[in-house]
Design a protein around this ligand. Structure first.
Ligand SMILES: C[S@@+](CC[C@H](N)C(=O)[O-])C[C@H]1O[C@@H](n2cnc3c(N)ncnc32)[C@H](O)[C@@H]1O
Length: 378
């Protein structure tokens, strides 16, 4: 195989560029990767960037702070709300007053409390496991209703909902997702929900926010200099049920806080019915092979990099993901020239050499690596 140039030790004498971003606990968040992403992006001389799986929007925020024109896109409602809060134009309205008004709303027993609020018992054990203590879901009920009753613009509403989600994320009793809840109340769940002004990002570029399946979004977005793709990875663990790696299922409550649509629920975690595995499947998380014998997740990445109209594609991937490194390289080489492959040890955030094998390298059990592939398209 004609090996692409591996860029190692690139940052040894140069401090990686960083960014100050804000967000919730998010599985797969690339917060720790931001300095490396920005560094690679800088070398492409790009001005316009598409972040096609923006999730927590931390990478979109970092691009925006670094002077790029950003299109931030994801399939989830919460990501659209965060991106609208952080990337859309200047705030010339009284945000502090709005946040104060929301914080002073009188708590009520409503839909969120009925389904997600739990009582504190002397034992500390949570009866019928819930993600928040009742005193906080009562505030959530009152504040979410108040947001709908105020006549807010789309941006103001997104800022208010982002503020509410950030505050809820600080008093939850979970492991960072809503697929199951803790047996005992976390120490932070005793604290009182308190909204704060979301960080205001000063940027020079102009930004767009999209929401939708990436393939539909790609039909419609203008050509960009750099497309950053951080798709869900699925899992290479055959025994792991697919619902364990689905964002819609993990973060169903954030969808409901954004939409306030009181959906029908199912199961112990009280997920929205529209996050049932058969309804909310993402092709990138698909663990099956297609008729051609290739993994569907790999075929989806193939289609993604072929379809996107961009000079460069920067792909994030994890060693725990469904596709192997050689499968990805094969797919990427068909659309252009691989300029760089960077390997970062996730937990330690250390960049290291990548040996070239057909599989991801897992020197020690439990170690996880993040990869960045930069491709210049033909
Ligand atoms: C690994 S996460 C991205 C994390 C993000 N880069 C960050 O730093 O927070 C993958 C994202 O892909 C989104 N997603 C899943 N399937 C999608 C699809 N078909 N089209 C667009 N987005 C999708 C999920 O909502 C999730 O936010």
């Amino acid at each position: 195989m004609n090996q692409p140039q591996l860029q190692l030790g690139l940052f040894s004498d140069e401090k990686p560029q960083s960014a100050n971003t804000e967000g919730i606990k998010y599985i797969g968040s690339k917060m720790l990767m931001i300095p490396y992403i920005l560094d690679v992006a800088r070398r492409t001389n790009a001005r316009t960037v598409l972040d096609g799986f923006s999730g927590s929007t931390r990478v979109s925020q970092a691009f925006a702070q670094s002077g790029y024109d950003v299109i931030s896109s994801d399939i989830s409602a919460w990501s659209e709300v965060f991106a609208t809060c952080y990337l859309r134009p200047k705030r010339d309205w009284q945000l502090a007053e709005l946040i104060e008004e929301l914080n002073s709303t009188s708590p009520i027993d409503g839909w969120f409390t009925e389904h997600y609020g739990g009582d504190v018992k002397e034992s500390g054990i949570v009866e019928n496991k819930k993600p928040w203590q009742r005193h906080n879901t009562r505030k959530l009920d009152a504040i979410r209703e108040a947001i709908d009753e105020m006549s807010l613009s789309e941006i103001e509403k997104s800022v208010a909902i982002t503020s509410l989600i950030l505050a809820l994320d600080k008093v939850d009793s979970t492991l960072g997702h809503f697929a199951s809840y803790l047996k005992e109340w976390s120490p932070r769940s005793y604290k009182s929900l308190q909204l704060k002004e979301p960080m205001f990002i000063e940027t020079t570029g102009s930004h767009e926010v999209r929401r939708g399946d990436i393939f539909q979004v790609l039909d419609d977005v203008p050509e960009v200099d750099l497309a950053y793709f951080d798709p869900p990875y699925g899992s290479n663990n055959e025994k792991m049920p697919p619902s364990r790696v689905r964002y819609a299922a993990y973060y169903h409550i954030w969808t409901t806080v954004c939409l306030n649509d009181k959906p029908r629920l199912f199961g112990k975690a009280k997920r929205r019915v529209d996050t049932r595995d058969k309804v909310a499947a993402s092709v990138f998380e698909d663990f099956r092979r297609s008729f051609s014998g290739r993994f569907r997740a790999v075929e989806a990445i193939d289609r993604l990099v072929r379809t996107v109209r961009a000079k460069y594609v920067l792909l994030s991937y994890s060693s725990g993901g469904r596709a192997t490194s050689s499968e990805l390289v094969e797919v990427l080489k068909r659309v252009g020239e691989i300029k760089e492959i960077i390997e970062i040890e996730h937990k330690r955030n250390v960049m290291s050499g990548m040996r070239w094998t057909n599989k991801w390298i897992r020197p020690k059990e439990g170690k996880n690596f993040e990869y960045l592939f930069l491709v210049e398209k033909h």
